[in-house]
Structures are given as structure tokens and as C-alpha cells.
Design a protein around this ligand. Sequence first.
Ligand SMILES: CC(C)(COP(=O)(O)OP(=O)(O)OC[C@H]1O[C@@H](n2cnc3c(N)ncnc32)[C@H](O)[C@@H]1OP(=O)(O)O)[C@@H](O)C(=O)NCCC(=O)NCCS
Length: 153
Amino acid sequence: MALFSIRPMTEADVPAVILVENQIYEFPWSAKNFLDSLRAGYHMNCMWLDDQLAGYIVMMHVVDEFHLLNLSIRLDLQGLGHGKHLLQWGMTQARMIGATGMLLEVRPSNTTAKTLYDKEGFKLIGARKNYYPSHLGREDALVMFKRFAGVQE
Ligand SMILES: CC(C)(COP(=O)(O)OP(=O)(O)OC[C@H]1O[C@@H](n2cnc3c(N)ncnc32)[C@H](O)[C@@H]1OP(=O)(O)O)[C@@H](O)C(=O)NCCC(=O)NCCS
């Protein structure tokens, strides 16, 4: 039986992360983006299937909220529930550290991710104009937020 585990990302993991990143995004993060984020102390974890990288999650702690910066699942493992599991795991970590909610940006064209966030209870709270690069110039970002259950407004 396959063995899944989630462990903190290290600099040694970045080459494997970049292989997945380049496989699944048209506009991927660079190795420098990941290394800078590690050195900045962001919350970065990898999900492993046996000894193969299955996905990763990058979150930034800002005051009392977590900002989801990157949630990625290897192409051949998408659609099997791993993204939902890793997102729920990230939200549990954020809650344990005392965060009151999670903020994220998503491309309106990314229906898979948008559906996942809708189902996990994220609400649309705004948009950022021309946030993402795209082949047609720039694409807006939808901004979504989830307040964790039991947290007062
Ligand atoms: C977005 C991503 C993290 C989701 O992870 P995943 O493992 O593929 O998704 P899951 O199997 O956990 O599915 C979670 C939900 O997403 C939705 N979903 C999954 N695949 C979908 C598809 N092909 N089309 C539409 N919705 C889909 C479903 O609602 C699903 O919930 P359900 O199974 O309860 O119906 C993953 O597909 C990915 O890495 N995509 C490329 C990178 C990316 O876009 N990251 C997000 C940036 S904001």
C-alpha cells in the first residue's frame, strides 16, 4: 500500500518541486522563488507518496491570518482527493498556530481550484486587477477568504 506523508520542505527538495511546478503551471514559480520563500520562513510542506513528491503547499503567516501562496499536486495524481487533503491539512496547521482564517488568490479560469475552494467554504471577497501573467496580457485574480469555524467576526 502506498505510504503518504507530509513533511516540511527543505532546500534539498526544491529541484523535485520545480519539476512538478514546471509540469503543472504555464507560469511557474522559479527555484529562486521557492528558496527565497524558505529563507523568509514561510510555512512550506511537501506531500510524499512513498519516496516520490506528490505535491506541496506554501502559506505565509500575516498577523492573524494565513495566506495560501501555492497549492500543487503532481499531474498524474490530480483529481484523486490529494489537493483537498493537503488544503485541509494546511488549514488545520494554520488553526493550531492561532490563525483566524485563510486568504488566497485564484485565476478565474482555474475552475478546478476555484471549485475546490468553493467546496471548502472559501468566499469571494474581491478581485485584484491584472494580478497574473497570461498569454493574453494579464489576468485578474479572484480573492477568496475563509474564516475558521468558531472564530468571532
Ligand atoms: C488545484 C489542485 C491543487 C486540486 O488538487 P486535486 O488533487 O487535483 O483535487 P482533488 O482531487 O482534491 O479535488 C478537490 C475538488 O476539486 C474539484 N475538482 C477536482 N478535479 C476537478 C476537475 N477536473 N474539474 C473541476 N473540478 C475538479 C472537485 O470539486 C473536487 O472535490 P470533490 O472530489 O469532492 O468533488 C490540483 O488540481 C493542482 O495542483 N492543479 C494545478 C495547480 C493549481 O492550479 N493550483 C492551485 C492554484 S490557486
